[in-house]
Design a protein around this ligand. Structure first.
Ligand code: PA5
Length: 446
Protein backbone atom coordinates (compact mmCIF):
# COMPACT_ATOMS: atom_id res chain seq x y z
CA UNK A 1 0.00 0.00 0.00
CA UNK A 2 1.54 3.36 -0.98
CA UNK A 3 1.11 6.64 0.90
CA UNK A 4 -1.87 6.91 3.23
CA UNK A 5 -3.42 10.11 4.55
CA UNK A 6 -4.14 9.88 8.28
CA UNK A 7 -6.55 12.57 9.47
CA UNK A 8 -6.93 11.27 13.05
CA UNK A 9 -4.91 14.13 14.51
CA UNK A 10 -7.21 16.77 13.04
CA UNK A 11 -9.90 15.76 15.55
CA UNK A 12 -10.91 18.73 17.61
CA UNK A 13 -9.64 21.16 14.96
CA UNK A 14 -11.69 20.43 11.85
CA UNK A 15 -14.52 18.03 11.13
CA UNK A 16 -15.04 15.80 8.09
CA UNK A 17 -18.05 17.96 7.22
CA UNK A 18 -15.78 21.06 7.11
CA UNK A 19 -13.56 19.29 4.60
CA UNK A 20 -16.48 18.21 2.45
CA UNK A 21 -17.85 21.76 2.48
CA UNK A 22 -14.95 22.49 0.09
CA UNK A 23 -16.10 19.81 -2.35
CA UNK A 24 -17.33 22.25 -5.00
CA UNK A 25 -14.13 24.26 -4.87
CA UNK A 26 -12.06 21.10 -5.21
CA UNK A 27 -14.18 19.89 -8.13
CA UNK A 28 -13.75 23.28 -9.83
CA UNK A 29 -9.98 23.07 -9.28
CA UNK A 30 -9.90 19.52 -10.65
CA UNK A 31 -11.84 20.57 -13.74
CA UNK A 32 -9.67 23.64 -14.32
CA UNK A 33 -6.52 21.55 -14.05
CA UNK A 34 -7.65 18.65 -16.21
CA UNK A 35 -9.42 20.71 -18.87
CA UNK A 36 -6.41 23.06 -19.00
CA UNK A 37 -8.67 26.05 -18.46
CA UNK A 38 -7.07 27.24 -15.20
CA UNK A 39 -4.39 29.89 -14.68
CA UNK A 40 -0.99 28.85 -15.99
CA UNK A 41 -2.40 25.82 -17.81
CA UNK A 42 0.47 25.98 -20.31
CA UNK A 43 2.68 24.59 -17.51
CA UNK A 44 0.73 21.45 -16.66
CA UNK A 45 2.86 18.97 -18.63
CA UNK A 46 3.83 17.29 -15.30
CA UNK A 47 0.25 15.97 -14.97
CA UNK A 48 0.71 13.20 -17.56
CA UNK A 49 4.51 13.12 -17.47
CA UNK A 50 4.72 9.79 -15.58
CA UNK A 51 3.24 8.01 -18.61
CA UNK A 52 3.85 10.55 -21.35
CA UNK A 53 7.59 11.17 -21.45
CA UNK A 54 10.23 10.83 -24.16
CA UNK A 55 11.15 7.14 -23.80
CA UNK A 56 14.15 7.43 -26.13
CA UNK A 57 15.59 10.29 -24.14
CA UNK A 58 14.88 8.34 -20.93
CA UNK A 59 17.03 5.45 -22.23
CA UNK A 60 19.70 7.98 -23.23
CA UNK A 61 19.74 9.25 -19.64
CA UNK A 62 20.34 5.72 -18.37
CA UNK A 63 23.18 5.21 -20.86
CA UNK A 64 24.76 8.56 -19.94
CA UNK A 65 24.44 7.72 -16.23
CA UNK A 66 26.28 4.41 -16.75
CA UNK A 67 29.04 6.19 -18.71
CA UNK A 68 29.38 8.82 -16.00
CA UNK A 69 29.54 6.12 -13.31
CA UNK A 70 32.41 4.49 -15.21
CA UNK A 71 34.46 7.54 -16.06
CA UNK A 72 34.39 9.75 -12.99
CA UNK A 73 34.91 9.88 -9.23
CA UNK A 74 33.09 13.18 -8.87
CA UNK A 75 29.88 14.17 -10.63
CA UNK A 76 28.95 17.83 -10.39
CA UNK A 77 25.38 18.96 -10.87
CA UNK A 78 25.09 22.68 -11.58
CA UNK A 79 21.66 24.28 -11.11
CA UNK A 80 19.43 26.24 -8.73
CA UNK A 81 15.81 26.09 -7.53
CA UNK A 82 13.88 23.53 -9.54
CA UNK A 83 17.07 22.69 -11.42
CA UNK A 84 18.73 21.58 -8.18
CA UNK A 85 16.39 20.66 -5.35
CA UNK A 86 14.59 17.62 -6.77
CA UNK A 87 17.72 15.64 -7.63
CA UNK A 88 19.44 16.44 -4.33
CA UNK A 89 16.24 15.56 -2.43
CA UNK A 90 15.78 12.23 -4.20
CA UNK A 91 19.42 11.16 -3.75
CA UNK A 92 19.45 12.09 -0.06
CA UNK A 93 16.14 10.34 0.56
CA UNK A 94 16.86 7.16 -1.36
CA UNK A 95 20.61 6.82 -0.95
CA UNK A 96 21.31 8.84 2.22
CA UNK A 97 22.23 12.39 3.11
CA UNK A 98 25.65 10.82 3.84
CA UNK A 99 25.78 9.47 0.25
CA UNK A 100 29.22 10.92 -0.54
CA UNK A 101 30.81 9.47 2.60
CA UNK A 102 29.36 5.98 2.24
CA UNK A 103 31.13 3.06 0.58
CA UNK A 104 29.69 2.70 -2.93
CA UNK A 105 30.51 1.99 -6.57
CA UNK A 106 28.95 5.20 -7.92
CA UNK A 107 30.59 8.65 -8.07
CA UNK A 108 30.40 11.22 -5.32
CA UNK A 109 27.83 13.84 -6.30
CA UNK A 110 28.19 17.53 -5.55
CA UNK A 111 25.74 20.36 -6.23
CA UNK A 112 26.97 23.84 -7.07
CA UNK A 113 25.52 26.92 -8.76
CA UNK A 114 22.75 26.95 -6.16
CA UNK A 115 24.30 30.03 -4.57
CA UNK A 116 27.22 32.42 -4.98
CA UNK A 117 29.47 31.59 -2.03
CA UNK A 118 33.16 31.90 -2.93
CA UNK A 119 34.10 29.48 -0.15
CA UNK A 120 31.72 26.85 -1.49
CA UNK A 121 33.25 27.18 -4.98
CA UNK A 122 36.79 26.91 -3.62
CA UNK A 123 35.93 23.85 -1.52
CA UNK A 124 34.55 22.02 -4.55
CA UNK A 125 37.52 23.05 -6.71
CA UNK A 126 39.82 21.54 -4.12
CA UNK A 127 37.67 18.37 -3.80
CA UNK A 128 38.03 17.88 -7.57
CA UNK A 129 41.84 18.02 -7.52
CA UNK A 130 43.29 14.68 -8.63
CA UNK A 131 39.81 13.27 -9.32
CA UNK A 132 38.06 12.41 -12.56
CA UNK A 133 35.10 14.69 -13.01
CA UNK A 134 31.90 14.89 -15.08
CA UNK A 135 29.43 17.77 -15.07
CA UNK A 136 25.74 18.22 -15.72
CA UNK A 137 24.71 21.87 -16.07
CA UNK A 138 20.96 22.36 -15.80
CA UNK A 139 19.03 25.52 -16.56
CA UNK A 140 15.68 25.76 -18.26
CA UNK A 141 16.15 29.42 -19.13
CA UNK A 142 19.87 28.98 -19.69
CA UNK A 143 20.49 32.43 -18.25
CA UNK A 144 20.14 32.08 -14.48
CA UNK A 145 23.09 33.91 -12.94
CA UNK A 146 24.13 31.48 -10.18
CA UNK A 147 24.49 28.35 -12.36
CA UNK A 148 25.90 30.44 -15.22
CA UNK A 149 28.75 31.64 -12.98
CA UNK A 150 29.36 28.09 -11.72
CA UNK A 151 29.43 26.75 -15.26
CA UNK A 152 31.86 29.39 -16.45
CA UNK A 153 34.22 28.42 -13.59
CA UNK A 154 33.95 24.64 -13.98
CA UNK A 155 33.96 24.64 -17.79
CA UNK A 156 37.37 26.30 -17.65
CA UNK A 157 38.61 23.88 -15.00
CA UNK A 158 37.46 20.93 -17.16
CA UNK A 159 39.08 22.33 -20.31
CA UNK A 160 42.36 23.07 -18.50
CA UNK A 161 42.37 19.58 -17.03
CA UNK A 162 41.26 17.47 -19.99
CA UNK A 163 41.58 19.70 -23.06
CA UNK A 164 38.55 20.88 -25.00
CA UNK A 165 37.75 17.61 -26.73
CA UNK A 166 37.77 15.29 -23.71
CA UNK A 167 36.03 17.98 -21.60
CA UNK A 168 33.22 18.07 -24.15
CA UNK A 169 32.64 14.34 -23.56
CA UNK A 170 32.37 14.93 -19.81
CA UNK A 171 29.95 17.84 -19.87
CA UNK A 172 26.22 17.18 -20.17
CA UNK A 173 23.71 19.97 -20.62
CA UNK A 174 20.03 19.96 -19.64
CA UNK A 175 18.16 22.95 -21.04
CA UNK A 176 15.52 24.15 -23.49
CA UNK A 177 15.26 22.04 -26.64
CA UNK A 178 16.11 24.85 -29.03
CA UNK A 179 16.69 28.26 -27.48
CA UNK A 180 18.84 29.96 -24.85
CA UNK A 181 22.48 30.65 -24.13
CA UNK A 182 23.16 27.21 -22.71
CA UNK A 183 21.69 25.51 -25.77
CA UNK A 184 23.91 27.67 -27.94
CA UNK A 185 27.03 26.78 -25.94
CA UNK A 186 26.12 23.07 -26.00
CA UNK A 187 25.68 23.09 -29.77
CA UNK A 188 28.94 24.96 -30.33
CA UNK A 189 30.96 22.72 -27.99
CA UNK A 190 29.27 19.43 -28.97
CA UNK A 191 27.96 18.51 -25.50
CA UNK A 192 25.33 15.81 -25.08
CA UNK A 193 22.07 17.54 -24.24
CA UNK A 194 18.82 16.66 -22.52
CA UNK A 195 15.60 18.61 -22.74
CA UNK A 196 13.61 20.52 -20.14
CA UNK A 197 10.05 20.23 -21.47
CA UNK A 198 8.40 23.54 -22.41
CA UNK A 199 5.24 22.78 -20.48
CA UNK A 200 6.88 21.95 -17.13
CA UNK A 201 8.11 24.66 -14.76
CA UNK A 202 11.29 24.30 -12.67
CA UNK A 203 9.67 23.20 -9.43
CA UNK A 204 7.62 20.49 -11.17
CA UNK A 205 10.59 19.17 -13.14
CA UNK A 206 12.27 16.57 -10.91
CA UNK A 207 10.92 13.66 -12.97
CA UNK A 208 12.22 15.17 -16.24
CA UNK A 209 15.89 15.02 -17.35
CA UNK A 210 16.41 17.95 -14.94
CA UNK A 211 16.38 15.57 -11.98
CA UNK A 212 16.72 12.18 -13.58
CA UNK A 213 20.35 12.24 -14.75
CA UNK A 214 21.88 12.92 -11.32
CA UNK A 215 19.41 10.54 -9.68
CA UNK A 216 20.37 7.78 -12.13
CA UNK A 217 24.09 8.48 -11.60
CA UNK A 218 23.58 7.82 -7.87
CA UNK A 219 22.32 4.34 -8.76
CA UNK A 220 18.61 4.90 -8.12
CA UNK A 221 16.29 2.89 -10.37
CA UNK A 222 14.56 5.68 -12.31
CA UNK A 223 12.08 3.23 -13.90
CA UNK A 224 10.72 2.54 -10.42
CA UNK A 225 10.60 6.24 -9.66
CA UNK A 226 8.47 6.85 -12.77
CA UNK A 227 6.27 3.81 -11.97
CA UNK A 228 5.51 5.24 -8.54
CA UNK A 229 4.56 8.58 -10.09
CA UNK A 230 2.43 6.79 -12.70
CA UNK A 231 0.59 4.91 -9.96
CA UNK A 232 -0.08 8.17 -8.11
CA UNK A 233 -1.31 9.78 -11.34
CA UNK A 234 -3.84 6.98 -11.73
CA UNK A 235 -4.87 6.99 -8.04
CA UNK A 236 -5.31 10.75 -7.75
CA UNK A 237 -7.13 11.22 -11.03
CA UNK A 238 -10.46 10.60 -9.25
CA UNK A 239 -12.39 13.90 -9.03
CA UNK A 240 -14.37 12.63 -6.05
CA UNK A 241 -13.03 14.29 -2.87
CA UNK A 242 -14.10 11.38 -0.72
CA UNK A 243 -11.93 8.95 -2.68
CA UNK A 244 -8.95 11.16 -3.32
CA UNK A 245 -6.43 11.61 -0.47
CA UNK A 246 -4.46 14.11 -2.51
CA UNK A 247 -7.52 16.35 -2.88
CA UNK A 248 -8.39 15.86 0.81
CA UNK A 249 -4.91 17.10 1.72
CA UNK A 250 -5.39 20.14 -0.53
CA UNK A 251 -8.79 20.82 1.06
CA UNK A 252 -7.41 20.43 4.60
CA UNK A 253 -4.56 22.88 3.90
CA UNK A 254 -6.95 25.51 2.57
CA UNK A 255 -9.35 24.99 5.44
CA UNK A 256 -6.62 25.35 8.06
CA UNK A 257 -5.32 28.44 6.27
CA UNK A 258 -8.78 29.99 6.44
CA UNK A 259 -8.80 29.25 10.21
CA UNK A 260 -5.62 31.31 10.64
CA UNK A 261 -3.07 28.51 10.31
CA UNK A 262 -0.71 30.42 8.04
CA UNK A 263 2.40 28.26 8.44
CA UNK A 264 2.70 24.63 7.43
CA UNK A 265 5.57 22.82 9.12
CA UNK A 266 6.57 19.78 7.10
CA UNK A 267 7.97 17.32 9.60
CA UNK A 268 9.88 14.08 9.27
CA UNK A 269 11.62 11.85 11.77
CA UNK A 270 14.24 10.91 9.18
CA UNK A 271 17.09 13.39 8.46
CA UNK A 272 17.36 11.92 4.95
CA UNK A 273 14.06 13.70 4.28
CA UNK A 274 15.39 17.18 4.96
CA UNK A 275 16.16 18.01 1.31
CA UNK A 276 12.72 16.68 0.33
CA UNK A 277 11.41 19.37 2.69
CA UNK A 278 13.48 21.97 0.82
CA UNK A 279 12.00 20.71 -2.46
CA UNK A 280 8.50 20.88 -0.88
CA UNK A 281 9.16 24.46 0.26
CA UNK A 282 10.00 25.58 -3.26
CA UNK A 283 7.04 23.70 -4.71
CA UNK A 284 4.45 25.16 -2.35
CA UNK A 285 6.15 28.49 -1.58
CA UNK A 286 6.62 29.52 -5.22
CA UNK A 287 3.24 28.15 -6.23
CA UNK A 288 1.07 29.68 -3.51
CA UNK A 289 2.93 32.69 -2.14
CA UNK A 290 1.56 35.50 -4.26
CA UNK A 291 -1.06 38.27 -4.32
CA UNK A 292 -0.37 38.69 -0.56
CA UNK A 293 -1.73 35.20 0.06
CA UNK A 294 -0.47 31.70 0.75
CA UNK A 295 0.60 29.31 3.48
CA UNK A 296 4.26 29.82 4.45
CA UNK A 297 6.02 26.46 4.04
CA UNK A 298 8.50 25.61 6.78
CA UNK A 299 10.13 22.38 7.84
CA UNK A 300 11.66 20.51 10.73
CA UNK A 301 13.39 17.23 11.42
CA UNK A 302 12.32 15.56 14.66
CA UNK A 303 13.44 14.66 17.19
CA UNK A 304 16.45 16.92 16.36
CA UNK A 305 14.44 20.14 16.09
CA UNK A 306 12.26 19.34 19.09
CA UNK A 307 15.34 20.46 21.01
CA UNK A 308 15.33 23.85 19.28
CA UNK A 309 11.91 24.63 17.78
CA UNK A 310 9.93 22.31 20.05
CA UNK A 311 9.23 24.99 22.65
CA UNK A 312 7.73 27.36 20.07
CA UNK A 313 5.65 24.66 18.41
CA UNK A 314 4.24 23.57 21.76
CA UNK A 315 3.59 26.98 23.31
CA UNK A 316 4.23 29.81 20.85
CA UNK A 317 1.81 31.71 18.63
CA UNK A 318 -0.92 29.40 17.29
CA UNK A 319 -0.59 29.98 13.56
CA UNK A 320 0.98 26.61 12.77
CA UNK A 321 -0.16 23.28 11.48
CA UNK A 322 2.07 20.30 10.88
CA UNK A 323 2.19 17.83 8.01
CA UNK A 324 4.15 14.83 9.22
CA UNK A 325 5.69 12.45 6.72
CA UNK A 326 5.88 9.28 8.77
CA UNK A 327 8.12 6.62 7.23
CA UNK A 328 6.74 3.42 8.70
CA UNK A 329 9.82 1.21 8.31
CA UNK A 330 13.54 2.03 8.07
CA UNK A 331 15.61 0.28 5.42
CA UNK A 332 18.00 -0.99 8.10
CA UNK A 333 17.08 -1.19 11.76
CA UNK A 334 19.30 -1.51 14.81
CA UNK A 335 18.60 -3.17 18.15
CA UNK A 336 19.51 -1.36 21.38
CA UNK A 337 21.68 -3.59 23.60
CA UNK A 338 20.83 -4.72 27.13
CA UNK A 339 23.42 -3.47 29.62
CA UNK A 340 24.02 -5.36 32.90
CA UNK A 341 24.94 -2.21 34.85
CA UNK A 342 22.23 0.00 33.32
CA UNK A 343 24.06 3.11 34.55
CA UNK A 344 22.38 5.18 31.84
CA UNK A 345 18.97 3.84 32.94
CA UNK A 346 18.16 2.83 29.36
CA UNK A 347 17.29 -0.82 29.88
CA UNK A 348 13.62 0.10 29.46
CA UNK A 349 14.37 0.27 25.71
CA UNK A 350 16.85 -2.65 25.68
CA UNK A 351 16.29 -5.21 22.93
CA UNK A 352 14.00 -2.78 21.12
CA UNK A 353 14.72 -1.57 17.58
CA UNK A 354 15.68 2.09 17.22
CA UNK A 355 12.73 2.52 14.84
CA UNK A 356 10.37 1.55 17.68
CA UNK A 357 11.75 4.37 19.84
CA UNK A 358 11.50 6.80 16.90
CA UNK A 359 7.87 5.75 16.38
CA UNK A 360 7.09 6.39 20.06
CA UNK A 361 8.76 9.80 19.73
CA UNK A 362 6.41 10.48 16.81
CA UNK A 363 3.35 9.37 18.79
CA UNK A 364 4.34 11.27 21.92
CA UNK A 365 5.11 14.44 19.99
CA UNK A 366 1.97 14.48 17.90
CA UNK A 367 -0.21 14.02 20.97
CA UNK A 368 1.63 16.83 22.75
CA UNK A 369 1.35 19.18 19.76
CA UNK A 370 -2.35 18.44 19.27
CA UNK A 371 -2.85 19.15 22.99
CA UNK A 372 -0.97 22.40 22.49
CA UNK A 373 -3.35 23.49 19.70
CA UNK A 374 -1.39 22.44 16.60
CA UNK A 375 -3.45 20.45 14.06
CA UNK A 376 -1.55 17.58 12.47
CA UNK A 377 -1.95 15.85 9.13
CA UNK A 378 0.00 12.61 8.72
CA UNK A 379 1.22 11.11 5.47
CA UNK A 380 2.21 7.51 6.10
CA UNK A 381 4.88 6.17 3.75
CA UNK A 382 5.49 2.40 4.02
CA UNK A 383 9.24 2.69 3.36
CA UNK A 384 11.94 4.56 1.47
CA UNK A 385 12.22 3.29 -2.08
CA UNK A 386 12.10 4.77 -5.57
CA UNK A 387 8.49 3.73 -6.19
CA UNK A 388 7.25 5.34 -2.97
CA UNK A 389 9.23 8.49 -3.70
CA UNK A 390 7.79 8.82 -7.21
CA UNK A 391 4.35 8.39 -5.69
CA UNK A 392 5.00 11.03 -3.01
CA UNK A 393 6.44 13.53 -5.51
CA UNK A 394 3.35 13.29 -7.70
CA UNK A 395 1.06 13.46 -4.64
CA UNK A 396 2.66 16.75 -3.56
CA UNK A 397 2.74 18.21 -7.10
CA UNK A 398 -0.94 17.57 -7.65
CA UNK A 399 -1.94 18.66 -4.13
CA UNK A 400 -0.01 21.88 -4.74
CA UNK A 401 -1.74 22.63 -8.04
CA UNK A 402 -5.19 21.94 -6.57
CA UNK A 403 -4.40 23.94 -3.41
CA UNK A 404 -3.23 26.87 -5.51
CA UNK A 405 -6.38 26.89 -7.60
CA UNK A 406 -8.56 26.70 -4.46
CA UNK A 407 -6.54 29.62 -3.05
CA UNK A 408 -7.26 31.51 -6.27
CA UNK A 409 -3.70 31.99 -7.52
CA UNK A 410 -1.72 30.81 -10.53
CA UNK A 411 0.29 27.90 -9.09
CA UNK A 412 2.62 27.79 -12.09
CA UNK A 413 4.24 31.24 -12.23
CA UNK A 414 6.78 32.96 -9.96
CA UNK A 415 6.79 36.69 -10.80
CA UNK A 416 8.19 37.62 -7.37
CA UNK A 417 11.46 35.80 -7.99
CA UNK A 418 12.53 38.50 -10.48
CA UNK A 419 12.76 41.39 -7.99
CA UNK A 420 16.02 40.41 -6.31
CA UNK A 421 17.56 39.57 -9.68
CA UNK A 422 16.78 43.02 -11.11
CA UNK A 423 18.27 44.76 -8.06
CA UNK A 424 21.36 42.54 -8.13
CA UNK A 425 21.88 43.26 -11.84
CA UNK A 426 21.43 47.00 -11.24
CA UNK A 427 23.98 46.93 -8.41
CA UNK A 428 26.39 44.94 -10.59
CA UNK A 429 25.97 47.56 -13.36
CA UNK A 430 24.63 45.02 -15.86
CA UNK A 431 23.78 46.87 -19.09
CA UNK A 432 20.05 47.56 -19.36
CA UNK A 433 19.49 48.06 -15.60
CA UNK A 434 20.55 51.74 -15.35
CA UNK A 435 17.03 52.99 -14.50
CA UNK A 436 16.66 50.39 -11.78
CA UNK A 437 19.94 51.52 -10.27
CA UNK A 438 18.82 55.15 -10.31
CA UNK A 439 15.57 54.19 -8.59
CA UNK A 440 17.45 52.21 -5.91
CA UNK A 441 19.77 55.14 -5.25
CA UNK A 442 16.81 57.51 -4.90
CA UNK A 443 14.80 55.20 -2.65
CA UNK A 444 17.49 53.65 -0.44
CA UNK A 445 20.43 55.96 -0.95
CA UNK A 446 22.65 52.95 -1.87
O1 PA5 B 1 10.53 27.44 -10.17
C1 PA5 B 1 11.28 28.02 -10.94
O2 PA5 B 1 11.02 28.09 -12.15
C2 PA5 B 1 12.59 28.65 -10.47
O3 PA5 B 1 12.83 28.63 -9.13
C3 PA5 B 1 13.70 27.92 -11.20
O4 PA5 B 1 13.64 26.57 -10.81
C4 PA5 B 1 15.09 28.44 -10.91
O5 PA5 B 1 15.12 29.83 -10.98
C5 PA5 B 1 16.07 27.88 -11.92
O6 PA5 B 1 15.75 28.30 -13.22
P1 PA5 B 1 16.49 27.80 -14.51
O7 PA5 B 1 16.30 26.32 -14.59
O8 PA5 B 1 15.85 28.51 -15.64
O9 PA5 B 1 17.95 28.15 -14.37
Amino acid sequence: MPLKLNMKYLNGFIKDSDIFALENEITAAHNALHSQSGKGSEFTGWLDLPIDYDKIEFERIKVAARQIQKKCDVFISIGIGGSYLGAKAAIDFLKSSDYNSLKKDTPDIYFIGNGISADKFNNLISICEGKDVCINVISKSGTTTEPAIAFRIFKKIMEDKYGKEEASKRIYVTTDKETGTLKEIATREGYETFVVPDDIGGRYSVLTPVGLLAIAVSGVNIDELMSGAAKARETFFDPNLNDNDCYKYAAIRNLLYRCGKKVELLVSYDPDFSMMSEWFKQLFGESEGKENKGIFPASAIFSTDLHSLGQYIQDGERFLFETVVNIMKPNNDLIIDFDDYNLDGLNFVANKPISYVNQKAFEGTILAHCDGGVPNVVLEIPQKNAFELGYLIYFFEKACAISGYVLGVNPFDQPGVESYKKNMFALLDKPGFEDRKKALIEKFNV
